[in-house]
Write a protein that binds this ligand. Structure first.
Ligand code: AP5
Length: 228
């Protein structure tokens, strides 16, 4: 019985490896950039993603939006997610990656590039993504002071017709703590592919730097494709 279990787990592991390898090959054969968008709550991730989508036509997948969609569906899973999000903590890695992977699968056909907004938020999320989905080409980290982030979220909340459940001062502080606890390890792990951008500036000034970075990725991908 023990031997059979061992054999089954080896078979499952081999199948998973094969699947990951197939995905990697499919990804290597394509020239679709994958860009992670990192930064604390309210630093401007969504704002910059909207501008990137407008200029490059990339597919924007925000983990926060995917989770909020699940909450809105009213499912049991959604209720459990809401409790975590309202506490300012992180939803389980498996849950987030599964939502993300499904969304990527749905969009893969016609996508020109993927913006993965709000991911990874924890070192293991990055590792899981690159193993199970594809390697990221670039991580854009929008660096911003806590004071600025709080002010921006409070202003957004004041102007919103429907306020986000986690846009209150207590939850914002908790979101900031979660961010501070995890970000250093991510930046250290992905130092070679991360561009840190000063997000204290005007939206358009920030975007100029974003464009330079994305153009560079696109040029490198074109060169790599020409060599294949
Ligand atoms: P998520 O929805 O990703 O929220 P967040 O990271 O807290 O970020 P926000 O959406 O609040 O802000 P933003 O950086 O997009 O800023 P925006 O552009 O809107 O995540 C919510 C929750 O989901 C998490 O707390 C967690 O529980 C869960 N979750 C999500 N991802 C997860 C993951 N990977 N793993 C586990 N759990 C996960 O800008 C904010 C405001 O500032 C706007 O009003 C905007 O107009 C303004 N603004 C933007 N840029 C500027 C600028 N340069 N100057 C002046 N104003 C600006």
């Amino acid at each position: 019985m023990l031997f059979m279990c061992h054999q089954m787990s080896m078979k499952k592991e081999a199948q998973e490896k094969l699947k990951a390898e197939e995905l990697r090959k499919a990804r290597a054969a394509s020239d679709i950039p994958i860009i992670w968008i990192l930064g604390g709550p309210g630093c401007g991730k969504g704002t910059q993603c909207a501008k990137i989508v407008e200029k490059y036509g990339f597919t924007h997948l925000s983990t926060g939006d995917l989770l909020r969609n699940e909450v809105e569906s009213g499912s049991d899973k959604g209720r459990a997610l809401q409790a975590v999000m309202a506490s300012g903590g992180l939803v389980s890695n498996d849950e987030v990656l599964s939502l993300l992977n499904d969304a990527i699968g749905r969009a893969r056909g016609g996508a020109k590039g993927f913006l993965i907004d709000g991911y990874p938020r924890e070192k293991n999320q990055g590792i899981a993504f690159e193993t199970r989905v594809a390697p990221a080409d670039l991580a854009l980290y929008f660096e911003c002071s806590e004071d600025t982030m709080v002010k921006r979220i409070m202003a957004r909340a004041a102007a919103a017709a429907v306020k986000r459940a986690d846009d209150n001062e207590a939850t914002i502080r908790s979101r900031l703590r979660t961010f501070a606890e995890n970000t250093h390890a991510i930046l250290e792990q992905y130092n070679d592919k991360t561009l840190t951008i000063n997000a204290e500036r005007d939206v358009d000034d920030i975007f100029l730097e974003v464009v330079q970075a994305i153009d560079c990725v696109l040029r490198n991908k074109q060169k790599a494709a020409a060599l294949c």
